[in-house]
Ligand binder design. Structure first.
Ligand SMILES: [Zn+2]
Length: 769
């Protein structure tokens, strides 16, 4: 192409002017539109990076975190449902600051008689209530919960002054705790254990009237150190009930004394197995450690049923030790059946464990431990190898709650042992979810009190992948030829929420106490956003690498939202500021459609629009270099002879250009499109997303093009694209696979389809069967 550059340069100069004029005419912009650009970088929303947290999203050179180690003696009074504890907290101040006081969390105080938590809701009379919640609210005395603090003392036994403000206790130090120094103090406490089936308490007991036993799932049961860091100072935002927990890492040595006929498991490794296991249990345990394909029962249903009748007056002390955990929880009862199996994790073995009363069977013996093992493998493959020695799933009525190495899960069959698919899938899903929380937030230790989505959203996203993988790994466990029926994660599932009443939607970047519809806000929407990011915006390879980078950078550390947002960009080179802004900082939704289409043909003659443009500048056609024009089929000066001809047939200048600049071989290889279309796409929704289009042509070919989200960067409302083809365009479908959570699909096709009513779809389905 010899003369190409010279000729092209002169044309280009004028074209630039013409194109700009055209763009100017098409775009209607609001004054100051640039300040509202959805593609503006998030400098105003993000905290400025510093030496603690780098701009890359990684921990900075001065990153630090505090450590809180606990030694505790715990005693359960089963008869009175009361718990007693004595603990020594050793707190290490790794921050550069000297601390005048320490903040300790007293979460049980949310259930104190004088708690303000039940008084903070102004929503009026609800449509319906659980009988237990109704009884506790309106009938009789409120439950007498909350910590009784017997003392707070220093290591030498001298009383320390303290102030309790609701769920927070400030312990005043005799002299500031210097940067780098360590301080030990003791707290003695007790409280009445609540019935966790009332008011959805996160921990407590369930009473079984038929045999008179309780099953305990015990958590938030000891005064715990608050987090102190570079972001919040002390994270002493009160525990009101919705915003979960913020906790520092530490090492735990916990001795728990329970009735001698109870079995118990909890966070950490059992230190005195020979003292608390029978010989038979020890033998079975040795077998379980080598069983990689199925669980081995440690306590059988028969043995558990026999134990239910015992009510021993004697006690046993179970000694547990855990390293580098952010919390501690345990479950105990004489009702528990116990099974476990080994899971290979790199060159280590991890135990997958389940505890359940007979009321959980036959569902629990079939699925629980299998699902725990599957979850550890699935999550590890997307993040890092599960680092703890075990993961326990405990059956507790109506519970779904997570702690390091242990979690409570629902899913109870009917009394006759039958169960619906809903109960089965609900149980499998909740176990995946709660075991999955070991990764987020137990190990990647985000601040749940402030950001519910950082653990719930990431975990629900991972849950979706693990569920789909479970369906593939155990096809016999789900319906034939079906996908696992995930409740959240598929883009279409979030549409009812995102298209709902704006006055009951808050941005994801909100405190969990202040949002409406917490489930959709902190679980469903962020999970869906990440799923779309992985499948549609970034692609699996870039996403998976970036997500793994985030998990590995922040395991056993405390990340913030920016650390996540920054890392996902830093590791992928995908500018995601528009995506974070739209999905996480606003309540906008996705709605993209095709608005109109116009046909054009190639011509030698300037169009009316061009002639007007020249006239306005006192120019004529003679002032122009030879140009190729596209003539609008609907315009008044359109020449019907142009129709259906190749561009070189209609344009002398183009023909000459080809003769002068191309070899015969090049000319022969040129594919001349006969059809030109200007397609207008509209975007009524606030969130910019890639424009995914399926073009179908008269010759039967189908072409899929994904235009990047950046197509909306200069005009947020509509864009006009030129489409050229050798065959006539028959139809256009936007987002044909419904992968963007587009809330209104009535504008997604050209020619417009009459939207099918749900009834029509139903009729069609019936016909198909
Ligand atoms: Zn959760």
């Amino acid at each position: 192409m010899r003369k190409f550059n010279h000729v092209f340069a002169s044309i280009l100069f004028l074209f630039a002017a013409v194109s700009f004029a055209q763009e100017e005419g098409q775009q209607e912009r609001e004054p100051g539109h640039y300040n509202q650009s959805k593609f503006k970088q998030l400098y105003e929303e993000f905290a400025t990076p510093n030496t603690y947290r780098s701009a890359s999203g990684a921990p900075g050179p001065d990153y630090y975190q505090q450590q809180a180690d606990y030694k505790m003696d715990i005693r359960l009074d089963d008869k009175n449902a009361k718990i007693y504890g004595e603990e020594t907290i050793t707190y290490t101040n790794n921050s550069p600051d000297d601390l005048e006081y320490l903040w300790v969390q007293l979460d049980q105080n949310v259930r104190a008689k004088d708690s303000k938590a039940p008084l903070r809701n102004g929503g009026g009379v609800p449509m319906a209530e659980q009988p237990s919640s109704f009884a506790s609210k309106y009938m009789g005395e409120p439950f007498d919960g909350g910590f009784n603090i017997e003392y707070v003392k220093d290591a030498s036994g001298k009383a320390l002054p303290y102030t309790i403000n609701f769920t927070m206790m400030r312990v005043d130090l005799p002299s500031p705790l210097k940067s780098g120094a360590q301080y030990s103090f003791k707290v003695k406490w007790n409280y009445n254990i609540p019935d966790h089936t009332v008011n959805r308490a996160r921990s407590g007991y369930e009473y079984f009237p038929k045999d008179g036993n309780r099953a305990y799932v015990i958590a938030q049961f000891f005064p715990r150190m608050a987090v102190y860091n570079d972001v919040e100072g002390w994270q002493n935002h009160q525990f009101w009930g919705s915003g979960e927990f913020a906790l520092p890492f530490g090492n735990y040595e916990v001795n728990i004394t329970v009735p001698a006929d109870h079995v118990l498991d909890g966070t950490g490794e059992l230190q005195n197995r020979k003292e608390v296991f029978t010989k038979e249990m020890l033998k079975r345990y040795e077998k379980a450690k080598k069983s990689y394909d199925k669980p081995v029962v440690i306590v059988t249903q028969e043995e558990a049923e026999a134990a239910e009748k015992g009510f021993s007056e004697k006690t046993k002390t179970w000694k547990l030790k855990a390293e580098n955990v952010r919390d501690f929880a345990f479950a105990t009862s004489r009702k528990f059946i116990w099974d476990m199996q080994a899971v290979k994790m790199g060159d280590r073995d991890v135990m997958a464990v389940s505890l359940y009363p007979k009321e959980g069977n036959p569902l629990w013996e079939e699925y629980s431990t299998k699902v725990v093992a599957h979850t550890l493998k699935s999550y590890s493959s997307h993040t890092f190898d599960y680092p703890y020695p075990k993961a326990i799933s405990v059956h507790a009525k109506n519970q779904g709650m997570e702690y390091p190495m242990i979690c409570w899960n629902y899913g109870r069959p009917n009394e006759d042992g039958t169960y619906s698919d809903r109960v089965k899938y609900g149980m499998i899903s909740v176990i995946i979810h709660e075991v999955g929380h070991n990764f987020f937030p137990m190990i990647v230790n985000s601040d749940e009190r402030q950001w519910g989505w950082m653990d719930e959203g990431l975990d629900t996203f991972m849950q979706y992948m693990a569920e789909q993988e479970f369906g593939e790994a155990y096809p016999e466990a789900i319906a034939p030829n079906a996908k696992y029926p995930s409740r959240r994660g598929d883009p279409a599932k979030i549409v009812p929420y995102m298209s709902g009443d704006q006055s009951t939607i808050a941005p994801i970047m909100s405190n969990p106490e202040n949002v409406y519809q917490l489930g959709a806000n902190a679980y469903g929407k962020p999970a869906t956003a990440l799923n779309i990011l992985r499948e549609t915006v970034m692609g699996r390879e870039l996403f998976d690498h970036a997500f793994k980078t985030y998990a590995q950078r922040w395991k056993f550390k405390h990340p913030t939202p920016e650390d996540f947002f920054r890392t996902m960009e830093d590791a992928s080179a995908v500018d995601l500021d528009y995506f974070w802004r739209g999905w996480f900082y606003t309540t906008d939704y996705v709605d993209i459609g095709v608005k109109g289409i116009k046909k054009y043909y190639v011509s030698d003659k300037p169009t009316k629009k061009m002639r007007e443009y020249l006239a306005a500048r006192n120019m004529t056609e003679a002032d122009l270099p030879p140009l190729v024009y596209l003539a609008d089929e609907e315009s008044e000066d359109f020449d019907t002879n142009l129709k259906g001809k190749a561009p070189s047939e209609n344009s002398k200048t183009l023909k000459e250009f080809m003769m002068d600049n191309m070899t015969a071989a090049e000319r022969a290889a040129v594919k001349e499109p006969k059809y030109f279309y200007e397609v207008t796409y509209e975007k009524p929704g606030g969130i910019p997303m890639p424009l995914i289009v399926e073009y179908t042509y008269a010759d039967g070919t189908v072409k899929n093009i994904t235009y990047p989200a950046e197509i909306w960067r200069k005009n947020d409302k509509e864009v006009k694209l030129v489409v050229s083809s050798t065959s006539e365009l028959k139809s256009i479908v936007v987002d044909p696979k419904m992968e963007t959570a587009d809330i209104d699909t009535t504008n997604n096709s050209w020619p417009r389809k009459e939207s099918q009513s749900d009834f029509d779809k139903f009729k069609e389905n019936i016909k198909g069967q």
